[in-house]
Ligand binder design. Structure first.
Ligand code: GAR
Length: 198
């Protein structure tokens, strides 16, 4: 079984797609060991608890320094002993040590077709605002491994989504989630789990 920890910051619709995938068998050979949020108010925490999954908040606000937060966050991860860490809308700059310790075992979902609209400052709705501003006709989502850069790691899966006349950032965000993110993230986890022997 692939033991995964899902890191979240907000609404948690991608987390929900993972929970549903594990429950309905789209994602096999996978156990969600826990969910960690940096934000105590994240609805994602409630989604986890509703599904009977251990949910934790490790917030920078509760620590005197970034270093103390990083240490606490890494300690929580270590306790949960993940084979794979899934960043599902996790809007925190990762401690460098985390990338070293879990190299090739961290994946992220990004709401564009990388290398478009990615890197520093491109997250959440901002990505869709930028896509609309540029006038692209196709956008989408990408699942990729996480390395030291921002959205620079090896790409695992991508899916294109049409931009339509009259789209607002919110409407486009929803379409990208429905038609791409909630599909390719569970699929990527399932593929990693299928290749995993333990
Ligand atoms: C998702 O659209 C995800 O792709 C994006 O944040 C949203 C989280 O929504 N992530 C990034 O922008 C990372 N750079 P959710 O909490 O409902 O899953």
């Amino acid at each position: 079984m692939l033991n995964i920890v899902v890191c979240v910051s907000g609404g948690g619709t991608n987390l929900q797609a993972i929970i549903d995938g594990v429950q309905n068998g789209t994602i096999q050979n996978t156990n969600i060991a826990g969910v960690i949020s940096n934000n105590a108010g994240a609805y994602a925490l409630e989604r986890a608890r509703n599904a009977g999954i251990q949910a934790y908040c490790v917030s920078p606000k509760d620590f005197a320094s970034r270093q103390d937060f990083n240490d606490a966050f890494l300690k929580k991860l270590e306790e949960l002993n993940p084979d794979l860490i899934v960043l599902a809308g996790f809007l925190v700059i990762l401690p460098e040590r985390m990338i070293q310790v879990y190299r090739d075992r961290i994946i992220n979902i990004h709401p564009s077709l990388i290398p478009s609209f990615c890197g520093t400052g491109y997250y959440g709705l901002k990505v869709h605002e930028a896509a609309l501003e540029r006038g692209v006709k196709l956008t989408g989502a990408t699942v990729h491994y996480v390395d030291e850069g921002t959205d620079t790691g090896r790409i695992i899966a991508q899916k294109a989504v049409e931009v339509k006349e009259g789209d607002t950032p919110e409407i486009l965000q929803r379409r990208v989630m429905e038609q791409a993110e909630w599909i390719i993230l569970p699929e990527a986890i399932n593929e990693i789990a299928a290749a995993y022997q333990k």
